[in-house]
Design a protein around this ligand. Structure first.
Ligand code: GLU
Length: 505
């Protein structure tokens, strides 16, 4: 029997989770659930200099908002904890030592200043400095120095790091679930630092050790980690561990032009690049999020799922459960996925249409409350029913339908010019009189009465309905006039008809 699937999302808490990070988390989540496995959050906070206050909470809130509950992680627990690397510090040294004793890693005593000087010298010769097989025997490390000197230096407490001893001349072969088989010439690899002078592991060591200890079966992460894959594969081999399977997700590209979607693109082009609002703890600067802009998490998830993956059919609309069902890692594309901020609006519009009107009304009540408007829930729900097909966001219901809450104070000049003629006032006042006498003000009934009246008067629809709409709405827009009348009620309808006549004469 194959091992149970265990995947991890392993962000570094260096700031808010970028929308690309959410996509990585999502693909991990879908893969885990598809295979009945576990979705784990591991916080990779070994680099204390880059730690940002609040980032971890933000990551967890973002995952929850998107509907990706953790099976294991900080705050949730699990059998493989702790799930923050800073709390696993004590673990890594032992593994670095294991590599040294196995001949796969070595101590390097070169100081940052010495390395800088060498780097500069290489540059003056037009070369790039790489610390590896071609020069490591000439640098200050346990390969070049005598055992005696190494011991003295260690005992003395000299500055040192532990570097991986990458093979000198080997074609390193590995497989990626998205990119297929690959090969790298070990000659181009540098001897990466695994353990730093501050007693902390680097990303590479901690990541591989933790994936092993946490029994991660599949590593699904962004393409920017592909260059590290050879090293990781070599590390598994050096430890004598079976490596997990790897899948590197394609880049997310800018909406237009070349290159990766950056945080600045959002500001420049006016769309969020974060799932939730983020307030920078140092500068206090606020970046908006999809949630605050009024997007449904379902829309964000559906949109992100199709950024670099396709179901192989024409289907575009997927609930989370449907995504889990349809997700197939072999259908992840290799080429970059273009971020289209218009497309996510299209998804939002869809999810607004299928949302329960009562929920939408409750959300809309929030906006009304901010404006100091209190209305009966049934009334607000009916407004939602009448307007939502025209809306992309709940907040737009206000722009589309403020006339349900206030009588128009202005009349759209274009509409006036087109509909308000010399004799209009007369008809509107007469019709107001007819309506005033009605008991039944349902849309069906008023529609019949008004139509009959237009027929009797031989006026034609075009003379009456547009100015009537203008009276109620203030502009030539909105749903069916008789539906508006029914909701406003007789008194308000008649009042508005009088009002426009006074105003336009
Ligand atoms: N800590 C890395 C990051 O911030 C994790 C990369 C990986 O998944 O291996 O993306």
């Amino acid at each position: 029997m194959s091992k149970p699937v265990r995947v991890r999302f392993a962000p570094s808490p260096t700031g808010p989770l970028h929308i690309g990070g959410v996509r990585t988390a999502l693909f991990n989540y879908l893969f885990a659930k598809k295979h009945g496995g576990s979705f784990i959050l591991r916080i990779e906070d070994t680099d204390q200099n880059r730690y940002v206050e609040g980032a971890e909470d933000y990551i967890i809130s973002a995952l929850n908002w998107c509907g990706m509950p953790l099976d294991e992680g900080p705050g949730v627990g699990g059998n493989y904890g702790p799930y923050r690397q800073s709390e696993r510090k004590h673990l890594y040294r032992e593994y670095a030592d294991l590599l040294i004793s196995g001949g796969h890693a070595y101590y390097a005593f070169d100081t940052p200043e010495e390395l800088d000087a060498i780097r500069k010298e290489y540059e003056t010769q037009g070369k790039t400095f790489i610390y590896n097989w071609h020069n490591r025997n000439t640098l200050k490390n346990s390969l070049s120095l005598s055992a005696e000197e190494v011991r003295t230096r260690l005992e003395r407490g000299d500055h040192y790091v532990i570097r991986f001893l990458s093979p000198e001349d080997e074609k390193v072969q590995f497989k990626d679930l998205v990119r297929g088989s690959m090969e790298i010439d070990s000659k181009v690899l540098d001897d990466k630092i695994l353990f730093k002078s501050d007693g902390m592991p680097t990303y590479h060591l901690a990541n591989v050790v933790d994936d092993h200890l946490m029994e991660i079966t599949h590593v699904i992460r962004g393409e920017e980690w592909l260059p590290s894959l050879a090293l990781h594969v070599l590390l598994y081999r050096a430890f004598g561990w079976q490596s997990p399977e790897f899948a590197h997700l394609p880049l997310i590209l800018k909406p237009v032009g070349k290159g990766k979607l950056s945080k600045r693109d959002g500001d420049k082009l006016g769309f969020p690049v974060f799932p939730l609002q983020w307030e920078d703890p140092n500068s206090g600067a606020i970046s908006t999020g999809y949630r605050e802009e009024g997007y449904f998490p379902e829309a964000v998830v559906n949109f992100l799922a199709l950024l670099g993956w396709n179901p192989g059919t024409e289907q575009e609309l997927f609930s989370m459960d449907e995504l889990v069902e349809a997700f197939d890692i072999s259908r992840v594309n290799r080429s970059g996925a273009r971020f289209d901020p218009e497309k996510i609006k299209w998804f939002n519009q869809h999810y607004l249409q299928v949302a329960d009107n009562e929920d939408v009304a409750a959300a809309f009540q929030g906006f009304l409350k901010e404006k100091g408007i209190k209305k009966d829930p049934a009334y607000v729900k009916r407004v939602v029913e009448l307007l939502k097909e025209r809306a992309v966001f709940v907040k737009e219901l206000w722009d589309l339908g403020s006339y349900f809450f206030f009588a128009p104070e202005h009349y759209d000049p274009k509409g006036v010019k087109k509909t308000w003629k010399e004799d209009t006032k007369g008809y509107i006042l007469e019709l107001a009189g007819v309506l005033e006498g009605l008991e039944d003000f349902s849309a069906a009934h008023t529609e019949k009465i008004v139509k009959d009246w237009i027929g009797e008067k031989e006026l034609g629809f075009g003379k009456v309905m547009p100015p009537l709409r203008l009276a109620l709405v203030g502009a030539m827009q909105g749903p069916h006039v008789f539906d508006i009348m029914e909701l406003l009620g007789k008194e308000e309808t008649v009042q508005r008809m009088h009002r426009i006549c006074e105003s336009l004469g």
